[in-house]
Design a protein around this ligand. Structure first.
Ligand SMILES: *Cc1c(COP(=O)(O)O)cnc(C)c1O
Length: 411
């Protein structure tokens, strides 16, 4: 094992430099806490980007991994297994698909969205070559999902993209202008997490449902970040009272075990036929047993309701800090974007880390907060204290910087 001081050098030498700098070397977690190699404890209000629904090392998670690993971990999709069938039935019930719904299992969000992309093509055929997605939405990093991701700077080094995807603004007018009978599917991220936890306008999902239905296009909702109870509903689309044709899930459903799924409703459930898609690992008994246990615990412990309640507490706590730096809170439940008045989110994240709090800069002006769904009063209070200190540190630095220009110093 390398010396704790050398880990940055190891990262620089051995890991593909496809992502930015690593913020710490973490060695252990429990509940909403993680510890680095020097023994420093952090309150984890990012949860591996909305993944660790039950926090770290939850007994239900640990037991599910250990028990299933000691029973049957992988068999390939030539065989069915009880955990796979149990999870599929549970996801159908939670998503409200009714009996005709179906579930395809992959191992990540991108794989779930790749399956959804192929579903859209099967539906569209030659008559419907167009696929719509929202500008700024994030759907993944593989070639297909990168084509869906509405961020030109991410696509640019990898052109040409798979064909047919067009990006539109998140407005009802843009939907009306774009939809016609040549559209196979519309992809929607119901709260744009990577874009800075940006909410859709009121009525957008309802209009999307109505217009896609009118033109015979599929409505596919990407619930990879918003699903598994995080927003205070099992899935964010449920707040809009609509029924999509498909949703994709990953992140929080596995609670830290890699798994993703495409869940279809109604006629879309009949589009895939034998030989059209598959994955060696997808839906294996280990991953599905863990996800089924995680979702069972979310249900039994009332964590969807907890997400709604704690989310309101966090918003109130942020407001009570009275920081001039904070403009607004966006998002729902325990997916919160704190919008800042200055592009200093990375500095706030660094200051928070100094004060023992892990949060994330979704972009230069947004702090993303996505703690485990298990948090209680104690964690909310601890968060507020550390976040207040971090905001104060950065506000002081800004004031110093702006001292010569007297007028705007504390805007
Ligand atoms: C994280 C995310 C993805 C991609 O999931 P991966 O598991 O990283 O492939 C897709 N869509 C949304 C909305 C996400 O937040």
């Amino acid at each position: 094992m390398s010396d704790a001081m050398d880990w940055q050098a190891d990262v620089g030498r051995d890991l593909m430099q496809s992502t930015g700098a690593r913020l710490a070397l973490l060695v252990r977690g429990e509940g909403a806490s993680v510890w680095d190699a020097d023994g420093k404890r952090y309150l984890d209000f990012l949860a591996g980007i909305a993944v660790n629904s039950l926090g770290h090392a939850h007994p239900v998670f640990v037991d599910a991994v250990a028990t299933q690993a000691a029973t049957l971990s992988h068999v390939s999709n030539y065989f069915a297994t009880p955990p796979q069938l149990a999870l599929a039935a549970r996801l159908k019930r939670l998503a409200g698909t009714g009996p005709e719904g179906r579930v395809y299992f992959g191992n990540s969000g991108a794989e779930a969205n790749e399956a959804a992309f192929k579903l859209a093509r099967l539906h569209g055929g030659a008559e419907r070559p167009r696929i719509l997605a929202l500008r700024d939405a994030f759907h993944g990093r593989t070639m297909g999902t990168l084509a869906l991701t509405g961020k030109p700077y991410m696509q640019e080094p990898f052109q040409p993209m798979p064909a047919g995807v067009e990006h539109i603004d998140s407005t009802v007018e843009a939907l009306e202008a774009a939809l016609d009978d040549r559209v196979a599917a519309l992809f929607v991220e119901p709260i744009k997490g990577e874009a800075g936890v940006v909410d859709l306008p009121d009525g957008f999902l309802q209009a999307a449902r109505e217009l896609t239905a009118r033109h015979g296009a599929l409505l596919i909702v990407d619930e990879i970040q918003t699903g598994a109870g995080r927003t205070g509903e099992w899935f964010a689309f449920q707040r809009a009272g609509i029924t999509p044709d498909a949703i994709t899930v990953a992140k929080g459903i596995g609670g830290g075990f890699p798994i993703g799924a495409l869940i279809t409703f109604g006629a879309a459930s009949g589009l895939f036929y034998p030989g059209t898609h598959g994955s060696t690992f997808g839906g294996n008994p280990l991953g599905t047993a863990v996800a089924d246990a995680v979702l069972t615990e979310i249900e039994d412990a009332g964590l969807v309701e907890n997400a709604a309640v704690r989310g309101e507490q966090i918003r109130a706590a942020v407001a009570a800090l009275g920081s001039d730096l904070v403009a607004e809170c966006r998002g729902a439940g325990l997916l919160i974007g704190v919008g800042l008045r200055h592009p200093v989110a990375p500095a706030v994240v660094a200051a928070a880390q100094e004060h023992g709090l892990i949060v994330n800069a979704a972009n230069d002006t947004t702090i993303r907060i996505a703690p485990p769904l298990t948090i209680g009063d104690v964690e909310v209070d601890e968060f507020a204290e550390a976040f207040g200190k971090a905001l104060a540190t950065v506000t002081d630095a800004l004031l110093l910087e702006n001292t010569p220009q007297t007028s705007e110093a504390s805007a």
